[in-house]
Design a protein around this ligand. Structure first.
Ligand code: SAM
Length: 291
């Protein structure tokens, strides 16, 4: 059994471990390792992980968060891209037989197969201190893909967490808010300052918990058209919705058609995209398609 003092989540154990292996941080992989035990504890609690859960961890690093996940979960599959870290993980996770480390890119990882082989096809819980350079592609892949996932609990840049959670009429509201909220309900569960990581990132961080909906928020919506409309609406934030949409690449609505659709919905013709809810964007997609 591992005692608290043996865990990696502190500066001295982290430095000792990376020195022992001559590890050098790779900026291109977004490597900032946790060195404060309260953070992994909070992540495990917020993710609601229990002995029946199979957890996929993206980017275990030297295994800091992995140790906490392994103690709480039934099984952990940790997917790490950096080959240098594999021998380190072998040592730091030696006492945790329920962890499998895969040396691969999460964007090329077949999570459907992992769910099938490790969890009888039942939904996975995804947990990560994400590499910030690919936060959005990873999240969109998890949300839009076919893998059975019921929750995602991840550390991201604070600003990105705020955008994911934001509602209409706020400065953070945009295409990312709508994309995330279409698939999940989002809640920021912790703010994490730069001094909790080695090396220190330049930005503040936050942990966000996403509870995935069994079906998207709008089951009957034409997703492709809806998201094309949303992207165009936020492409030039300071323009009115009519002006953003009438010239948008890939859309072919005239100014008159857009004005008529807005009028039909009881919305003013000078409204900006940032005021519309997800349901209103869906309704607008339907109105425009009628013509
Ligand atoms: N989980 C560790 C912790 O909290 O201390 C490390 C977190 S660090 C912010 C991000 C980790 O993701 C690094 O170990 C990095 O090598 C890994 N990583 C980066 N890109 C990845 C990818 N495409 N697939 C899998 N892992 C990746």
């Amino acid at each position: 059994m591992h005692t608290q003092t043996e865990k990696l989540a502190n500066p001295s154990r982290t430095i000792e471990t990376i020195k022992k292996y001559g590890f050098s941080f790779q900026k291109r992989y977004g490597q900032n390792f946790l060195i404060e035990p309260r953070v992994p504890e909070k992540i495990v609690r917020s993710a609601g992980i229990g002995p029946d859960d199979c957890v996929v961890e993206i980017g275990p690093g030297i295994g800091t968060l992995t140790q906490y996940l392994a103690e709480a979960a039934g099984e952990v599959i940790a997917v790490e891209i950096d080959r240098q870290l594999i021998p380190i993980l072998k040592e730091t996770l030696e006492g945790y037989p329920n962890v499998t480390v895969l040396n691969q890119d999460i964007l090329k990882t077949d999570l459907v197969r992992i769910a099938r082989e490790h969890n009888g096809g039942k939904p996975l819980k995804v947990v990560a201190n994400l590499p910030y350079y690919i936060t959005t592609p990873i999240l969109m892949e998890l949300l839009e893909g076919d893998a059975p996932i019921d929750t995602i609990t991840v550390m991201v840049q604070k600003e990105v967490a705020q955008r994911m959670q934001a509602g209409p009429g706020t400065k953070d509201y945009g295409a990312l808010s709508l994309a995330v909220q279409y698939y999940a309900s989002a809640q920021i569960v912790a703010n994490v300052p730069p001094n909790c990581f080695l090396p220190r990132p330049d930005v503040a961080s936050a942990v966000i918990h996403l509870d995935l909906r069994e079906r998207p928020a709008l089951a009957e919506a034409d997703e492709k058209k809806l998201f094309a409309l949303i992207r165009a609406s936020f492409g030039q934030r300071r323009k009115t919705l009519v002006n953003s949409l009438k010239n948008a690449a890939g859309l072919s609505y005239t100014k008159e058609e857009i004005q008529a659709a807005l009028a039909h919905m009881g919305l003013p013709e000078n409204i900006r995209g940032e005021m519309l809810t997800l349901e209103q964007f869906a309704q607008l997609t339907g109105e425009l398609e009628k013509h």
